[in-house]
Each structure stands twice: as structure tokens, then as C-alpha cells.
Design a binder for this molecule. Structure first.
Ligand code: 5AD
Ligand code: SF4
Length: 446
């Protein structure tokens, strides 16, 4: 590659999970430190970071078609500089470098703190790949948080040791690591100083977070949440994503004790059949999952529940799929995510017998989603008439309209004299399938 001018503008495109959104923000901050600014809306950027996701379907193909779109009809000096980051970079970095000469940098999710050095090389015309997994070193090397949204993310834990047989995460994000307690309290304070009112603690397996508090005591996620709740100006705490095996008594109790911990739990179950769960290596049964939820609900009766589901795992029969529907009926989710099984290269399930036909998966997914949508709407209707606190996150579609989140993570829209970041009392007037129309109660604009 030829040496080129230093990029002046950037665009980070993040795909997939919230952890990628967090990583994307941190990469943007690093580029900002170098004086590179976000490309104005509608204009081409000098540097494009594709922050990719590898969890399902055709992730790599999507990257190649994005690269094609960015470079189509452009000579090398007109085309943007391209960095591929995220989990596809981790899993298929070498191949991307070989197949896509337009890519200057390939950087894995544990190595993106080295993006500035790689950029220097790229400007000299040198292509660079970094898919090391130094884990914790990354966070220490990132700049301080200075800008954020009212609802912010904070990665507290990365990686996963669970090895569910369908999942690439243990391979792309590596082994479980917990960021140190002190660093997290500091970053949370910085986020609040920068305007955050709500922080969602993120981890592939967030409930496995462990650390040592400032007194040297061993603490788990509940202890961390308790201490973060003491941060002045922080009004709401959430966490995601959890595995049923790591939910301890302390975390359950925390839901009943800490006002700032929102009444919402995202706890993926994946399937309702014990045979399928075993083949998935999930280490829980449908029944143990339901009993766990009962304990959470006993601690916090108005807890809203969310989950993840996979239909068409290899060998799943019609009767086994029905068990998933039965579990959905038993739980009554407030929201949920559901996916068709997608064989991920290198995972045990990809070579299992009994891969399910696409049409069968399509039909199962449709039925499951119909049930989940029905329950989500029912949950929304059950909150009609309540007045609750809403965190204003952005302007709505129409002038004077605002959009925010209820404690149960529902989207509520309403009109009134408020601003982004305000916490306001809103009466939930009319429930729709995906959101609620609300009415602002008395509010004195800040
Ligand atoms: N196929 C389909 N869905 C998957 N998920 C993870 N791996 C796969 C796969 N191979 C889903 C799980 C997980 C969510 C983040 O993505 O439901 O909880
Ligand atoms: Fe993947 Fe299972 Fe780990 Fe979740 S718990 S990240 S599904 S291996």
C-alpha cells in the first residue's frame, strides 16, 4: 500500500451486541484524542472502522460487502482507510487481510487500544493485524471518559468460560476476565460527571464478575452494584448479560434492596427442552431456570424479564420446540430476542448430526416470535395507567416529542418541556406492542 494522508474524519460502524457499542465508543474516543473528528452526517469519512459481530449468520460476507461498498469505483487515494475490528476480525483476521487489500488494519476486541499505533503504520502504507488477547491491558491504555449519553454502557467483564456448544464467544472474546473494582468505580464516576444518569454494566457473562473492593474484601457483581449505587448523580443501574449458573443469592437480594437497580433482568434460557439444553451445554434445566426466576420475583415482584432463544438447534424435534413455547408461556417475558440456530465454524454444534432444515427453523421462529410479541404487548398493557420515572434519552419523531425508558426498559414517548437526560414522571397512557404513549406529569424543566 502507498503512504497516505492522515485521516481527518472517522466513522465507527458497530454491529451486534452492546459490548460492541461500548468498544465502538472507546475507539471513537481514541481517534478523537488524535484530533480526528466524526464525519458529518451524509459525508464520506477518511477512516471507517467496521466493528463487526460474529455471533450469527454470514458475518464475514457482510464485512466483505461493506468493504466493497466503501471502495466501489474509488481509486486508492479516494477510498477511505478501512479498519476491521470486533469479533470477525478476531476470528478471521488473516483471511480478511488476504482477501481484502483495501483493508489497512485488522484489530481484535482485546487489542483495539493499539489502534493509534496501527494508524501510524497505515499512514506509512503498512498494513497491520493485531488479534492478541492481552485482556485487561486494553482498558488501562484507553483515554478517560469525557462524553457520554444519559444511558451509558460500562464493560465490567469480558469473555466467557461457559462454552455453550453453539457459541463463538469463548473463542473470539477469550476467557473470562473481570476488570478491577477501583477502575470501574472511577470510570462510573467519570461517566456520571460526563452526564450519565443510568449505567448498564456489561459483560458476556456479567454475573461472573468478581473482584476486591477498596477494603480488600472479595466482592461479586451484587457488591459492585451496591457500591456503584453510592455514586452521587447516578440514578439507575442495570446489568447484562447473565448466565443462570452464576446468579447468586446476593444478586437476587440486591434486586430487593437497591432502589437504583432497575427492576429488569435479561436472563437467556435458549430453549425449553432439557435434552436440547444439555446438548447446548447450558448447565441448567427448564425447571431450574423457572425456579431461579421465582426467587428473583420473590425479591422484586415487579421484575420485568427478558431472554434469548435459539430455535432449530441440531436435533431439536417438534415436541422439543413445543417445550420452548411452554416455557415462554410459563414465564411471561416483557421482551426477548430469538434467533434461528446458525452453525458457527469451530463450535461443537456445527458438526452435530440432525441440522434442522431452514423452513422448519423459519416456521418455529415465527411461532416463537408470535408468542413473545403477544407477551410483550401484554406486559406493556399491564403497566398502562401507572405513573413511573422515565429517563429522557432522545427527541421523538415529531416536534415536542421525547423518547425515554421506563424502569422496565420499555420505550415511552410523550410531549412536554423536558431535555435529554432528565428523569421525569410519566403516566403510561396507552400501550402498543413495542412502546407506550405517555403523559408528562408535573415537571419543572432543569
Ligand atoms: N446461532 C443462533 N443464535 C446464537 N446465539 C449465540 N450463538 C448463536 C448461534 N450460533 C444467540 C444466543 C445468545 C445471543 C447473544 O445470541 O441466544 O444468548
Ligand atoms: Fe456464548 Fe454461552 Fe458464553 Fe453466552 S454463556 S457468551 S451463549 S458461550
Amino acid at each position: 500500500m502507498k503512504p497516505t494522508n492522515s485521516p481527518k474524519t472517522y466513522r465507527v460502524k458497530s454491529f451486534g451486541c452492546q459490548m460492541n457499542v461500548y468498544d465502538g465508543e472507546r475507539m471513537a474516543e481514541m481517534l478523537g484524542e488524535r484530533g480526528i473528528v466524526p464525519a458529518p452526517e451524509g459525508e464520506d469519512a477518511d477512516l471507517v472502522v467496521l466493528n463487526t459481530c460474529h455471533i450469527r449468520e454470514k458475518a464475514a460476507e457482510k464485512v466483505y460487502s461493506d468493504i466493497g461498498r466503501l471502495t466501489k469505483g474509488k481509486t486508492q487515494d479516494k477510498a477511505p482507510m478501512i479498519a476491521v475490528a470486533g469479533c470477525v476480525a478476531q476470528a478471521e483476521g488473516e483471511e480478511i487481510m488476504a482477501r481484502a487489500p483495501a483493508v489497512s488494519m485488522v484489530v481484535g476486541p482485546q487489542a483495539y487500544h493499539r489502534l493509534p499505533e496501527m494508524l501510524d503504520k497505515a499512514v506509512q502504507g503498512e498494513r497491520a493485524t493485531d488479534t492478541d488477547m492481552p485482556a485487561i491491558a486494553k482498558f488501562a491504555a484507553l483515554p478517560e471518559r469525557k462524553r457520554t449519553n444519559p444511558a451509558s454502557f460500562l464493560t465490567v467483564q469480558e469473555g466467557c468460560d461457559k462454552f455453550c456448544t453453539y457459541c463463538v464467544v469463548p473463542y473470539t472474546r477469550g476467557a473470562e476476565i473481570s476488570r478491577p473494582y477501583g477502575d470501574l468505580v472511577t470510570e462510573a464516576r467519570k461517566l456520571v460527571d460526563a452526564g450519565a444518569k443510568e449505567i448498564t454494566l456489561l459483560g458476556q457473562n456479567v454475573s461472573a464478575w468478581s473482584g476486591e473492593d477498596d477494603k480488600g474484601h472479595a466482592v461479586g457483581l451484587a457488591g459492585l452494584i451496591r457500591d456503584l449505587a453510592k455514586v452521587d448523580g447516578l440514578a439507575r443501574i442495570r446489568y447484562t448479560t447473565s448466565h443462570p449458573a452464576d446468579m447468586d443469592d446476593d444478586l437476587i437480594a440486591a434486586h430487593g434492596e437497591i432502589d437504583k437497580l432497575m427492576p429488569f433482568l435479561h436472563l437467556p434460557v435458549q430453549a425449553g427442552s432439557d435434552r436440547v439444553l444439555k446438548a447446548m451445554n447450558r448447565s441448567h434445566t427448564a425447571d431450574s431456570y423457572l425456579r431461579l426466576l421465582e426467587r428473583f420475583r420473590a425479591a422484586r415482584p415487579d421484575l420485568a424479564l427478558s431472554g434469548d432463544f435459539i430455535v432449530g438447534f441440531p436435533g431439536e424435534t417438534d415436541a422439543e420446540f413445543e417445550e420452548t413455547l411452554n416455557l415462554v408461556d410459563a414465564v411471561g417475558y416483557a421482551q426477548a430476542f430469538s434467533f434461528k440456530y446458525s452453525p458457527r465454524p469451530g463450535t461443537p454444534a456445527a458438526s452435530m448430526e440432525g441440522q434442522v432444515a431452514k423452513e422448519v427453523m423459519d416456521e418455529r421462529l415465527q411461532r416463537l416470535q408470535a408468542a413473545l410479541n403477544r407477551d410483550q404487548w401484554a406486559f406493556n398493557r399491564a403497566t398502562e395507567g401507572r405513573t413511573c420515572e422515565v429517563l429522557v434519552e432522545r427527541k421523538g419523531k415529531h416536534p415536542g416529542q421525547w423518547l425515554g425508558k421506563t424502569p422496565w426498559l420499555q420505550s415511552a414517548w410523550f410531549e412536554g418541556d423536558v431535555g435529554i437526560g432528565d428523569l421525569v414522571q410519566v403516566e403510561l397512557v396507552e400501550a402498543g406492542p413495542n412502546s407506550l404513549a405517555g403523559r408528562l406529569r408535573e415537571h419543572v424543566a432543569a
